[in-house]
Write a protein that binds this ligand. Structure first.
Ligand code: S3P
Length: 447
């Protein structure tokens, strides 16, 4: 069976049985964005980097395998711990063949920038979903820097990156709010002559900038622009990866919509460029409290306590969209359980995620009898009863977990198809969800 067929026929299904409440105090797996970056910068650093809390999910493991393929010695993961023996900015070796990024857009787009600065050629491939996602958003500006990265005619993977191309710094005004594009260019900028500057139309997650600085690499900032100059070095160190707020989001919404629930999520990353989900839920009337705030390795963390609450529909403020970009599938479930109408606009980026999250969520919600109307750049959802039925996640991890939470308020079972990719970001989701009170069955596939 070739790779495409394997991905298309994988068969994990969830059945979310109606009712239940969520209880408990627990820690969800490590932050995906920070896990990727810990391997990338740890590998390029001088000296050893010890990582704890690493996400042992398929996406972050794809990044880890790529660096192993380029000659980096990495011990682990062992209960979330890695030991990376950095090879320095110029110490990577040519991989023996194409490197498979699986489902991971972050791996592919960030590596495209980083590989553009290497002396050797490389090729990045992905699964069918990743092979449909737009790559010109990184390859076009990289070409302006002098890189040679070839896509298909449609501007998609596989990416063929020619090594040995001298890069020069650019000033790039990004057309979309994307941390992946910003990070890809900053990573290429480490290898460029002169300074590489980017400006984003709205604030996006800043983990790359924070980690670069944590590793002693100067990051330049000026009136909304962020930049790096080529030619400095990274110094390895320790990284404590906080729990992923994007994974916590399923429980934040689940506990909010299921009356009687109370959950404490421990050691969650609450970097202000990621907390849109907290702000949006709070505007909807959620009962959320942050405790034990501290800063760990340059990233703010806190325990998050959530009680069930009556939610109300809102107009989601535009500036919050990039700060909650991965949480909209589950926020749509919150909206379906709220009193009144919720309107999301300015979120066209949702159409080019692991699936078209506007179309796929609207289709699933409508199947369950919810009044959900997709628009070009968002959705209008009127809260009301949720029925049962069969929904397709289209191999999108966050869609699968969002509909699992909808079971808490459904009047009949929800069958969710194509759930295998839940392991990309949240290994152990079904077990943890069941332990906390979700009436979830998982059948078929790898559980
Ligand atoms: C990510 C950036 C976001 C996000 C993705 C992770 C990152 O993508 O959706 O899950 O780690 O930089 P975009 O940059 O495409 O918005």
């Amino acid at each position: 069976m070739n790779q495409v067929n394997q991905h298309e026929t994988a068969g994990l299904r969830f059945t979310a049985n109606p009712g239940g409440e969520l209880h408990g105090r627990f820690r969800v797996p490590g932050d995906k964005s920070i896990s990727h970056r810990s391997v990338m910068l740890g590998s390029l650093a001088d000296g050893t980097t010890a990582v704890s809390g690493f996400l042992e999910g398929a996406d972050a493991l794809a990044t880890l395998n790529a660096f192993r393929a380029m000659g980096v010695q990495i011990d682990g993961p062992d209960a979330g711990r890695l030991r990376i023996r950095g090879v320095g900015l110029h110490g990577l070796q040519a991989p023996a063949g194409p490197m498979d990024m699986g489902n991971s857009g972050t791996s592919m787009r960030l590596l495209a920038g980083l590989l553009a600065g290497q002396a050797f050629d490389s090729e990045l491939t992905g699964d069918p979903s990743l092979s449909r996602r737009p790559m010109r958003r990184v390859t076009d500006p990289l070409a302006l820097m002098g890189a040679s990265v070839e896509t298909t005619e449609q501007g998609t993977a596989p990416l063929r990156i020619r090594g040995g191309q001298p890069l020069r710094g650019i000033r790039y005004d990004m057309p979309m709010a994307s941390a992946q594009v910003k990070s890809s260019l900053l990573l290429a900028g480490l290898y460029a002559e002169g300074e590489t500057w980017v400006r984003e139309p709205a604030v996006t997650r800043d983990h790359t900038e924070r980690m670069l600085e944590g590793f002693g690499y100067p990051v330049l900032r000026q009136q909304g622009w962020v930049g790096v100059a080529g030619g400095h070095a990274l110094r390895g160190g320790d990284i404590d990866v906080p729990a992923d707020i994007s994974s916590a989001a399923f429980f934040l919404v689940g506990a909010s919509i299921a009356s009687g629930s109370e959950v404490v999520l421990e050691h969650v990353g609450v970097n202000p460029t990621r907390t849109g989900v907290l702000d949006i839920l709070s505007l909807m009337g959620a009962d959320i409290e942050l405790r034990n705030r501290k800063t760990v390795g340059g990233e703010p963390v806190a325990d998050i306590r959530v009680h069930a609450a009556r939610l109300r529909g809102i107009e989601i403020p535009a500036r919050m969209v990039p700060l909650a970009i991965d949480e909209f599938p589950v926020l749509f479930i919150a909206a379906a359980c709220a009193e009144g109408t919720t309107v999301l606009r300015g979120a066209e980026e949702l159409r080019v995620k692991e699936s078209d999250r506007i179309a796929v969520m609207a289709e699933g919600l409508q199947t369950l009898g919810v009044d959900a109307r997709p628009t070009d750049d968002g959705m209008v959802i009127k809260g009301g009863p949720i029925g049962g039925g069969t929904v397709h996640s289209h191999h999108d991890h966050r869609i699968a977990m969002s509909f699992a939470m909808a079971g808490l308020r459904a009047s009949a079972p929800i069958e969710i198809l194509d759930c295998d990719n839940v392991v990309t970001s949240f290994p152990g989701f079904a077990r943890l969800a069941r332990r906390s009170g979700l009436r979830l069955d998982a059948t078929g596939g790898a559980q």
